[in-house]
Design a protein around this ligand. Structure first.
Ligand SMILES: NC(=O)C1=CN([C@@H]2O[C@H](COP(=O)(O)OP(=O)(O)OC[C@H]3O[C@@H](n4cnc5c(N)ncnc54)[C@H](O)[C@@H]3O)[C@@H](O)[C@H]2O)C=CC1
Ligand SMILES: O=C(O)C(=O)COP(=O)(O)O
Length: 537
């Protein structure tokens, strides 16, 4: 986990215009040594040339954070998106490189919803066209007869934060609202006073259709010529979400054919879009991606990402992660203590075997099983992979890297924890071996390893450990202690365990100094000692 440091300068590169008030938390940060560089409007190759030593990159929608940018950014830990949509960031590349991407999902909801309503109203009443005519000295009242919103049906496709806020406002205009979202339940639709519908039902019934989904492979071209064909003649279309959700060529054709009476667009497939063919149509009104461009939204989104940067460097966690599981605040406090335990258990196992791990079974028992355990698994995998990947593995890419090397990851949850409040048991399977370790958090006493293979132990997972397998014969413990003393290795604690008298037994020793390979060989040569491993946690 990353923690606060004044010893190292953190280079924060702001590549798109952000609210100065919004980045105030960064400017006034005292505990971290932040070097804030504001350099906006760069061409991709200019950004690549400047990014090598950047730790944190802050963008809006203008800067495209490509794989090339990410690969050139040798120190990058975090990309902050001061806004919602992250389609301008290569998330796969960021994840692969262990770079956390955070966004600001709440800060511009109102502004985007208000802009959508402004666009819909302008579309219905031809306000931009009428204003233009008037500016050009013509008092034309005949060409701009509009339609009322009242009693019209608005179809909202994508019923998340903005979609819902649009619906509230549209109901204020006495519109009937139909909504589609894969996560919309009947209860929620009822509660919000909207009719739950499919995209097709919306296409057939709506007078106005507005989209509010992210741009994803599944939503690209969601509204296309087949959908336009289903729509009412004279339908009006609004897109204040992302260019490409509505197929631009098909929209153009539908307007020219008279099917669509008008469109209001804030976003385009390729931006800036100054000579777009849709802009040549008198039925189209447009703004240059202004949905989030209010003083309030800009301040809010910049404050949110600034706070997440500070939080990341001080605590190692973030509030609005995009490429790692997000944990609700109330749960974070409960699962955070297990992060380190899971990582240590993973690290322990990585040092017990020398073979590549083919499969990992993670069992979460007791209270911990009530939580979203994916972050714990990520920490366990991080611990497991850190032996070979060092600092390159973190919570963001641990699962990705594990899967890339073909490791099968199985998570199990059970309520019974063998007398512990919570118990995490991890088993790794290699071509020839299986190893198991289990750990818990003891109330007030911190983390403990409570089981290694089949043996019950009680070991603090910290410092230098010696894991010794021996035949359960008198004298083994004494010989080990004497040999370590000869090597000036002081034993701090010692645990022994065995499955049956005279069988295989284990010793778990905590020692005060690092045990070298050479010392290990000496211990391994002792009578009745079968295996010795040094483990550093
Ligand atoms: N024009 C502008 O300046 C702004 C544009 N946006 C855009 O608006 C989008 C929505 O923003 P929020 O409402 O804040 O996000 P959100 O994440 O709260 O809502 C998005 C909704 O889309 C739904 N969805 C996903 N796939 C879908 C599909 N195939 N069909 C229908 N619905 C689907 C999700 O379930 C979710 O409920 C953002 O992704 C962003 O691209 C956001 C802010 C400002
Ligand atoms: O938040 C979003 O998704 C937006 O589209 C806003 O974009 P912007 O930050 O204004 O470039």
């Amino acid at each position: 986990m990353t923690t606060a440091t004044k010893t190292r300068t953190i280079n924060v590169f702001i590549a798109d215009p952000l609210s100065e008030d919004g980045i105030f938390p960064l400017r006034q940060e005292q505990d971290l040594d932040l070097n804030i560089i504001v350099d906006t409007g760069l061409a991709p190759e200019e950004l690549i040339a400047k990014i090598a030593n950047v730790d944190v990159l802050l963008v809006r929608s203008q800067t495209t954070v490509t794989r090339e940018v990410i690969e050139a950014a040798k120190s990058l830990k975090l990309i902050g998106r001061a806004g919602v949509g992250v389609d301008n960031i290569d998330l796969a590349a960021a994840t692969e490189h262990g770079i956390i991407v955070v966004n600001a999902p709440d800060g511009n909801t109102n502004s985007a919803a208000e802009h959508t309503i402004a666009m819909m109203t302008s579309l219905a009443r031809h306000i931009p066209q009428a204003f233009n005519t008037l500016k050009n000295g013509k008092w034309d009242r005949k060409s701009f007869v509009g339609v009322e919103l009242k009693n019209k049906t608005l179809g909202v496709v994508g019923f998340g934060r903005i979609g819902v806020e649009v619906a509230y406002r549209a109901k204020g205009q006495r519109m009937n609202v139909m909504a589609y979202d894969p996560f919309l339940t009947d209860e929620r639709a009822k509660e919000l006073g909207v009719t739950k519908a499919t995209v097709e039902e919306i296409c057939v019934a709506a007078d106005f259709i507005t989209v509010h989904t992210p741009l994803l492979p599944e939503t690209r071209n969601l509204i296309n010529k087949d959908k336009f064909a289903m729509m009412k003649d004279g339908v009006r279309i609004i897109n204040c979400a992302r260019g490409g959700i509505i197929n631009e060529d098909d929209l153009y054709d539908a307007i020219v054919a008279g099917k669509v009476a008008g469109a209001a667009l804030d976003v385009f497939v390729s931006e800036p879009a100054t000579d777009h063919k849709l802009l040549t149509l008198p039925q189209v009104i447009a703004t240059p991606h202004l949905g989030a461009s209010t003083i309030e939204a800009q301040e809010s989104v910049a404050v949110d990402v600034s706070n997440d940067i500070i939080k990341f460097y001080k605590t190692g966690t973030v509030t609005n992660p995009v490429n790692m599981p997000s944990i609700p605040k109330e749960l974070l406090a409960q699962v955070e203590p297990f992060f380190e335990l899971a990582e240590k258990l993973g690290s322990f196992l990585s040092q017990v075997t020398t073979e590549p791990v083919k499969e990992i079974n993670l069992s979460y028992a007791g209270e911990v099983a009530n939580y979203d355990v994916r972050p714990l698994t990520s920490n366990a995998l991080k611990g497991l992979l850190s032996k070979n990947h060092g600092n390159h593995v973190n919570d963001v890419n641990a699962r990705y890297l594990s899967e890339r090397i073909g490791m099968k990851i199985n998570e199990h949850k059970t309520t019974t924890a063998k007398g512990f409040t919570s118990l995490i048991t991890i088993e790794i399977i290699t071509a020839n071996e299986t190893h198991t370790v289990a750990g818990t958090l003891l109330n007030g006493l911190g983390a403990r390893i409570v089981k290694v293979e089949d043996y019950v132990v009680d070991v603090i997972p910290q410092g230098h450990l010696l894991y010794i397998k021996n035949t359960d014969k008198p004298g083994a413990i004494g010989r080990v202690a004497t040999k370590l003393a000869e090597k000036e290795i002081n034993i701090a604690t010692m645990q022994v365990g065995r499955a049956q008298v005279g069988g295989t037994a284990v010793m778990m020793l905590t020692v005060d100094n690092v045990v070298t390979e050479e010392d290990l060989v000496f211990v391994a040569q002792l009578e009745n000692i079968d295996e010795v491993k040094a483990i550093n946690l």
